[in-house]
Design a protein around this ligand. Structure first.
Ligand SMILES: Nc1ncnc2c1ncn2[C@@H]1O[C@H](COP(=O)(O)OP(=O)(O)OP(=O)(O)O)[C@@H](O)[C@H]1O
Length: 779
């Protein structure tokens, strides 16, 4: 096996350890809102403003066609105006209707004193659309050109005729209206105008001898919108009932040709023929007999939440964490790349041969050189290989996949996304939490800025119809949480047929027992291209062996990238531990937070109840805190995060829902009020600080009773991460209390490891780790 493994060592291992000069004053001062009792009162008021209520409408609510205004004009005016009642899809139907026989080309300029530019009913002095009657004033008669009477009262000539220099629209001669033209029947084209059906001059399309019963027929080369054939309008189409799409157009409900969605024999509301409200078949949402449930399927309060769209403001979009004083330490980190035919890693973005547009967006993001995980992953993805990348928190894994994937799409000339009932994204990215998905989507919008590529996000806790409309407006890159992804897939709103890249962010979390079954279904979906055609890339700061073995089953000959201390804690985060019993935690927390002042701090707890309790406790003690956890409404979760990011609240009390991926500027401290039992979750939690070379600090309360059994894992992790092991922990594992620990044991046996299992010949059991909080539904 050894020959197959190419190993690239980037440079000497970093010996950087936690600690260094710690600056207590380096916090970002939060703007304090007016002090108030009760948790988040001010925040709650403002967050209510951001909640928009959507209508639970039918298919494609966001793309409703504007109804044309009826017109009595027999002319199929060459430049179609609204008001033409034909079934033809007038492409730019904006102008008002005309019911007159005259198609007065410049009526507004000719009659300066007219009250308005509205269409007229024909003849002088008729009541216009404005409702005001024209007097004629000094205007000349349209027939004889003299003032004092209207054309219909003209002593010269009978009923019609073109006034002044105006010529009849049929024969082009002066002296009569087209409707009185002696040359033809009732209609016809003026001068060079031709019939819209047969293309010949001398008659209107409704009188065309070639046409069927009169009004029908497609003019010129126009084809019927239903059957695609020429010679009749869609409303007279012999092939179909009430409606239908033109040519290849299909019903919006069942996808079949020959009828419109409202006549669909499958009934129901959506693509799956089911009501959008209750998901039962046989009726549309507006006829839904089932009372609206105030609770979601998992018993949480239901809200109709439409989140804000990602900003279009360039300045805002490119804002991010500025890399810190230790950024250059990345250069000392060991980069290991293993697998068959390892592609050569890049040393600069320019060297990767990226498209100028991407290089510009990278530059605008403030990136000067790639981080180690970017050096390797960009090369691997550009070489179109499957990939597992395991790199320390805050080291730029998001850009490590977004940039090369976008480059490939642009290189291959992928068309910009277009509207369609069934979307076929080229890239699907799945994340474990809604907030992380939002962040990834924002990054995707940033790197694809000014390009044809379109990123769309779908996630739980938001109005389905809104996100469906967004998705159906076109999508190249779909960012999703697992539940909503599955839901939209089942509803037939998108499929995987065009997928070139499937990316799992926080992949070890995505493959564990919480999400694993959903991911398995997704990868084995009938529309998913097979291994080797689709590429799978997985990223995380931790990658236990048993999860890696499972991941391997979805990939073909994957490359394994690791940087620094694999699965270890970020060396730029100083980690402190205080022994503290459950009883004493509250007082200790107050003491710690008072010391930290206005510093941006995330306080992690182990349950939603505790999150509410601690946040309320802090607010009651005049500390500006808010909370995020799975029982809060999605609008509240996002508002809490916004308040924390903007400095309205400087303390965020969170469950593990905020442990992974979130990249928030200025977070200098993480407090583990409760330590997680899952060691990987600890790595991610403390990784919310100390990002891209900035310095951070974590403070953890170690409760002997609850955390004692896990002490070995912590000692192993801290040792491997070159971090200080507190003396009390050393004592606990020294054997005095019989807690000897095998640091090199595979993670499935309680050890801590993240390495290429193929290389070490491990045969880990497939028992995946349990989610940290079984009660926490994240999606
Ligand atoms: N090459 C770079 N130069 C400067 N900043 C960078 C670079 N790459 C990424 N960043 C910034 O580093 C921050 C962290 O990036 P990102 O969130 O992708 O890290 P991550 O490795 O995915 O972290 P986590 O493991 O916590 O999910 C972001 O603010 C990002 O804009």
């Amino acid at each position: 096996m050894g020959d197959d493994w190419d190993e690239v060592i980037c440079s000497a291992p970093s010996q950087s350890s936690a600690g260094g000069s710690w600056n207590n004053n380096n916090n970002q001062t939060g703007i304090k809102p007016p002090a108030g009792r009760g948790r988040g009162a001010a925040a709650l008021a403002s967050q209510m403003n951001s909640v928009k209520i959507s209508s639970d409408d039918e298919w494609g609510a966001g793309v409703k066609a504007v109804k044309p205004v009826p017109s009595s004009n027999g002319w199929d005016a060459p430049a179609p105006k609204a008001g033409n009642s034909s079934d033809w899809g007038a492409p730019a139907s904006t102008a008002p209707a005309s019911s007159g026989g005259w198609n007065a080309p410049e009526s507004t300029s000719q009659f300066k004193n007219d009250f308005d530019d509205q269409p007229r009913g024909g003849g002088w002095g008729s009541t216009g659309a404005s409702g005001l009657k024209s007097t004629g004033g000094g205007r000349p008669c349209h027939k004889c050109g003299e003032e004092g009477h209207m054309a219909r009262e003209c002593p010269k000539g009978g009923g019609g005729g073109g006034g002044g220099s105006r010529a009849c629209h049929k024969c082009g001669e002066e002296g009569h209206f087209s409707r009185e033209c002696p040359q033809a029947g009732g209609g016809g084209g003026s001068g060079p105008r031709t019939c819209h059906k047969c293309g010949e001059e001398g008659h209107f399309s409704r009188e065309c001898p070639q046409g069927g019963g009169g009004g029908g027929g497609g003019g010129g080369s126009r084809a019927c919108h239903k059957c695609g054939e020429e010679g009749h309008f869609s409303r007279e189409c012999p092939q179909g009932g009430g409606g239908g799409g033109s040519g290849p157009r299909t019903c919006h409900k069942c996808g079949e040709e020959g009828h419109m969605s409202r006549d669909c024999p499958q009934g129901g509301g959506g693509g799956d023929g089911k009501c959008f409200k209750c998901h039962e078949a046989g009726h549309t949402s507006k006829d839904c007999p089932n009372p609206f449930s105030e609770l979601t399927e998992d018993g949480k309060p239901r809200e109709q939440y439409i989140p804000e769209a990602v900003t279009c403001d360039e300045k805002e979009l490119f804002k991010g964490i500025v890399c810190g004083e230790r950024f250059n330490n990345f250069d000392k980190v060991v980069l290991q790349v293993t697998g068959k035919d390892v592609p050569q890693y890049i040393t600069s973005f320019e060297e990767a041969g990226l498209r100028p547009l991407l290089l510009q967006n990278i530059k605008n993001s403030g990136y000067i050189k790639p981080t180690p995980v970017q050096k390797a992953s960009i090369a691997v993805i550009l070489a179109k290989r499957d990939l597992i990348a395991c790199a320390v928190t805050g080291s730029g894994k998001t850009a490590a996949y977004l940039v090369p994937v976008m480059n490939i799409l642009l290189e291959q000339g992928v068309a910009g996304a277009s509207h369609g009932m069934l979307q076929k994204p080229e890239v699907v990215i799945v994340a474990p939490t809604r907030e992380l998905a939002i962040q990834i989507h924002r990054e995707a919008c940033k790197f694809s800025y000014n390009s044809v590529l379109k990123s769309v996000i779908i996630y739980g806790g938001t109005v389905v119809n809104h996100q469906r409309t967004n998705l159906q407006a076109g999508c190249n890159i779909l960012v999703a949480t697992a539940g909503r992804l599955k839901d939209f897939l089942d509803r037939g709103i998108f499929d995987f047929t065009a997928v070139r890249f499937l990316i799992l962010d926080e992949a070890d979390r995505m493959l564990d027992m919480g999400f694993g079954p959903d991911i398995e279904k997704m990868v084995n979906h009938p529309t998913m291209p097979p291994k080797g055609i689709r590429r799978v890339c997985m990223f995380s700061a931790t990658f236990p062996d048993e999860v890696q073995a499972l991941a391997a089953t979805y990939m073909e000959d994957y490359i394994f990238v690791t940087t620094g201390i694999v699965g270890g804690t970020n060396p730029d985060v100083e980690q402190l531990f205080f022994q503290c019993s459950k009883r004493d935690k509250r007082a200790k927390l107050m003491e710690v937070l008072q010391d930290l002042g206005d510093a941006k701090t995330i306080v992690f707890v182990d349950s939603k109840k505790t999150a509410d309790f601690v946040a309320a406790f802090l607010c009651n003690n005049n500390l500006q805190s808010t909370s995020i956890h799975g029982d809060r409404l999605q609008s509240q979760r996002e508002q809490a995060l916004r308040d924390f990011k903007n400095g309205v609240r400087n303390i965020l009390v969170a469950t593990n829902v905020a442990a992974r991926g979130l990249d928030i500027a200025g977070v200098n401290y993480v407090v583990n009020y409760d330590l997680p039992t899952d060691i990987e979750e600890y790595v991610h939690r403390v990784g919310r600080t100390g990002r891209v070379g900035n310095i951070g600090k974590s403070i953890s309360f170690f409760d002997d009773e609850k955390d004692g059994p896990n002490v070995g894992k912590f000692v192993s992790l801290l040792t491997k991460s070159n971090a200080d092991v507190p003396p009390f922990m050393q004592a606990m594992v020294s054997g005095v209390s019989g807690m000897g620990y095998d640091f090199s044991a595979p993670s499935s046996q309680g050890g801590f490891a993240s390495r290429d299992v193929r290389r070490f010949g491990d045969k880990p059991g497939m028992a995946a780790a349990l989610p940290t909080e079984a009660e926490e539904s994240w999606d």
